[in-house]
Write a protein that binds this ligand. Structure first.
Ligand code: FPP
Length: 254
């Protein structure tokens, strides 16, 4: 029996976030340059997006380029920008055919013009779709996002739109790049590193974390299904006791 049949479709994570790591190592292990790994990584992106759409996952966030990635060698940064812009532009018909809506989070202003324009156009062309929302984190870091949100809140306080005493968790959430998106319930990181790397620090507060040694270019639907099955075996307690959770779910089913 294929693993997909073991997944409980009523308990799917509503939002999956992925740190796609290991492209460079994958390529170097094959005696190729790092960009070759990023190109192969696109195949994994296609497979995982398709897998999420087929299952009916609501939101998928992919960490494609961090604020810190700007300090990589110029050739790698430029190669990645071209790859991202070209891939997204090419994929628009497929996104539309599969009812997938594209969303970008991050400091998009920093991207070179050709990449920014192509990506924003793809967002526009898919905005009416209401199936899977595919969120690409680009020039993104959580600390950047939080600083940006705090600046916006300070501006609105100054304009008298909100009072400092009214600021709560929901206010902050509203000013984040992910304001219209539920928090990820499952976060996957590939390639054997056990870090969050400045990714969705506020939003991942209660996410289940799943780490695998598989390098991103080798990551396929079957690995996604394994991660979801593992997620479904966990008891999510949100600070409560196991006993409380068991009692609540017994009441829910009656
Ligand atoms: C991390 O591997 C990967 C990235 C920084 C880039 C990810 C980008 C893609 C897969 C391109 C396509 C993406 C989309 C959304 C179309 P790494 O370079 O840090 O690997 P290493 O840790 O082995 O050096």
């Amino acid at each position: 029996m294929s693993q997909v049949n073991e997944i409980d479709m009523t308990q799917l994570p509503r939002h999956i976030a992925i740190i796609m790591d290991g492209n460079g190592r994958w390529a170097q292990e094959k005696g190729e340059n790092r960009l070759f790994g990023h190109y192969q990584g696109v195949e994994s992106v296609r497979d995982i997006v398709e897998g999420c759409a087929e299952l009916g996952v609501g939101y998928l966030t992919l960490y494609a380029f961090s604020t810190e990635n700007w300090s990589r060698p110029e050739t790698e940064v430029q190669g990645l920008m071209e790859l991202l812009a070209q891939t997204i532009r090419q994929e628009v018909p497929t996104l539309n055919k599969n009812n997938i809506k594209l969303k970008l989070i991050g400091n998009i202003e920093k991207l070179p013009g050709y990449a920014r324009d192509g990506l924003l156009e793809a967002v526009d062309l898919t905005e009416d779709n209401d199936g899977l929302t595919l969120i690409i984190a680009l020039s993104y870091s959580s600390r950047w996002e939080l600083v940006h949100a705090v600046k916006e809140i300070a501006r609105d306080v100054k304009l008298g739109k909100i009072l400092p005493d009214q600021i709560n968790e929901e206010t902050l959430r509203h000013y984040l790049a992910t304001s219209s998106v539920p928090d990820p319930e499952l976060m996957i990181r590939t390639s054997g590193e056990y870090r969050i790397s400045n990714f969705l620090l506020f939003q991942l507060a209660y996410a289940e974390l799943y780490f695998t040694d598989i390098r991103w270019p080798d990551f396929r639907k079957q690995h996604l299904f394994e991660a979801i099955l593992n997620f479904q075996q966990r008891q999510r307690r949100f600070g409560k006791t196991g006993e409380q959770i068991r009692r609540e779910s017994a009441t829910d089913t009656h």
